[in-house]
Ligand binder design. Structure first.
Ligand code: NAD
Length: 484
């Protein structure tokens, strides 16, 4: 077992095991090799994690914000120093190419820790004059114990994007990684301790949905931040509502990428590929509905086919590899099912569409052209490397069709016309819109979805709203005007 952690869970500052929990087998998607065997958290471990977080939070919140920031800064430094080791683990955990993980995972987690480390000490309240010499001042307080629940596509980044703002603003966290990728968050917990975080501040418990459910409904839980699919989001949001808990929901998408005739062809093709094939297409914000204006369509498809067929598919640990396997055999079957639906419903297969005859869960990067709005591949989130290209004629038509979806995570527009770019950005229903770019998510910018794609925002200044609460303190300065 080449990636076996010390133990399954990290609670109150130390690795903890309880082999009576149901097993979780971790496999390397590129080969099918078992790389680690872990166990789900049992009720006593969930209790231990929640109790440790509740205890640690009180002293942590009382620290000077610069001191909290110093710990997060140190954690970011350690992550950067160990980038290669953490990236290799991320590759084993997810099957994503090392070429990607070296630049997109641990480093993005470190960015979040650095950003919120600096942010911590800048948080202040307001003074509000209310007449007669009285005034109100506001305090920005932490929420308390926050529960983070992660998806499997970005295990390090998701853990850090949740932990960094939570801890910076004085909260503690119990994090449950996806059962498919349980390894990376343990390293973040270890590193935070090494950086000086108190035991119990950031805990990792493993498990499937039921463990997540127990965390969400624990009476000590003040806030739940989920990254996952819409069906899971519905369940977690409803369970959190029972206790009137705060939530952030980072859910799925079916984002449009609109390419106008005047766009730079190579940039638009490159962005469409980035927004469909990076991480083997397993990215929530992918621009999976590529609307291409009719005048550029033939040239766009020619270049797209040529460049897609040149993608280097291979062993993810080889740094030359650009495209790896799908996360699991079940997920590969699901994505291949969508390829079959695309064919059956009359889309034109431009390239790809087949499984690869090699060990591991590989399929080809796939492009369908002549896709129409009603086809299944244009409506449902596939979460795989399946791009749907749709034609359009006018700007109004493109926007109307782009918005005709229940999702609202992201959107993109490629055009040389500045005014049009901003018009489109203003009208698309999405939490993020890229102009002449795609899938860039710097920590400085808020990220999250509208419509079914989610509630709340991660990153940027916006995160403050989702990891703190405001207390108003009214200060009376005169006699009390009581009618009694
Ligand atoms: P998933 O919904 O199957 O699982 C997400 C997490 O929720 C897992 O940790 C799972 O164990 C847990 N879970 C499942 N049922 C639960 C329950 N009843 N109570 C509490 N926790 C429960 O998602 P996935 O397959 O791991 O990830 C893929 C999905 O995530 C896609 O839809 C993708 O778009 C989405 N995603 C969104 C973002 C974003 O930022 N918007 C980022 C990455 C992935």
């Amino acid at each position: 077992m080449r990636a076996q952690p010390v133990a399954s869970h990290f609670i109150d500052g130390a690795y903890v095991e309880d082999t009576t929990g149901a097993p979780i087998l971790c496999t390397y998607a590129a080969t099918g090799e078992d790389i680690a065997r872990l166990h789900e958290a049992t009720p006593p471990l969930i209790e231990a994690a929640m109790a440790a977080a509740a205890r640690a939070q009180i002293a942590w919140a009382a620290l000077r914000p610069v001191e909290r920031g110093r710990v997060l800064h140190k954690a970011a430094e350690i992550i950067r120093a160990r980038n290669r080791e953490l990236s290799e683990l991320e590759t084993l955990d997810t099957g994503k190419p090392l070429q990607e993980t070296l630049v997109a995972d641990a480093s993005s987690g470190a960015d979040a820790l650095e950003y919120f480390a600096g942010f911590a000490a800048t948080v202040t309240g307001q003074t509000v004059p209310v007449g007669g010499g009285d005034f109100v001042y506001t305090l920005r307080e932490p929420l308390g114990v926050c529960v983070g629940i992660g998806a499997w596509n970005y295990p390090t980044q998701i853990a850090c994007w949740k932990a960094a703002p939570a801890l910076a603003f004085g909260n503690a966290m119990v994090f449950k990684p996806s059962e498919v990728t349980p390894l990376c968050a343990l390293k973040i917990a270890e590193i935070l301790i090494e950086a000086g975080a108190p035991p119990g501040l950031f805990n990792v418990v493993q498990g499937r949905g039921a463990v997540g459910g127990a965390l969400v409904t624990d009476p000590r839980t003040a806030k739940v931040s989920l990254t996952g699919s819409v069906p899971t989001g519905r369940k977690v949001y409803a369970a959190a509502a029972e206790g009137i808990r705060n939530v952030t929901m980072e859910l799925g998408g079916k984002s449009p990428l609109i390419v106008f005739d005047d766009a730079s062809l190579e940039d638009a093709v490159g962005a469409a590929m980035l927004g469909n094939f990076y991480s083997s297409g397993q990215i929530c914000s992918n621009g999976t509905r590529v609307f291409v204006q009719k005048g550029i369509k033939a040239r766009f498809l020619d270049r797209l086919k040529a460049r897609t067929e040149a993608i280097v598919i291979g062993e993810p640990l080889d740094e030359a590899t650009q495209f790896g396997p799908m996360i699991t055999a079940d997920h590969l079957d699901k994505v291949m099912g969508y390829v079959e639906r695309g064919l059956a419903e009359g889309a034109t297969l431009l390239t790809g569409g087949a499984r690869l005859n090699r060990p591991g869960t590989y399929m080809q990067p796939t492009v369908f052209a002549d896709v129409t709005d009603t086809m299944t591949i244009a409506r449902e989130e596939i979460f795989g490397p399946v791009m749907a290209v749709l034609d359009f004629e006018t700007e109004d038509e493109a926007i109307r069709r782009a918005n005709a979806t229940e999702f609202g995570l992201a959107a993109g527009v490629f055009t040389a016309d500045l005014a049009r770019a901003h018009r489109v950005a203003a009208r698309v229903e999405a939490g993020t819109c890229w102009i002449n770019a795609y899938n860039l998510t710097p920590v400085e910018a808020p990220f999250g979805g509208s419509k079914l794609s989610g509630v709340g925002r991660e990153n940027g200044h916006a995160a403050l709203e989702y990891y703190t609460q405001v207390k108003s303190v009214y200060v009376g300065t005169g006699p009390v005007d009581s009618p009694y």
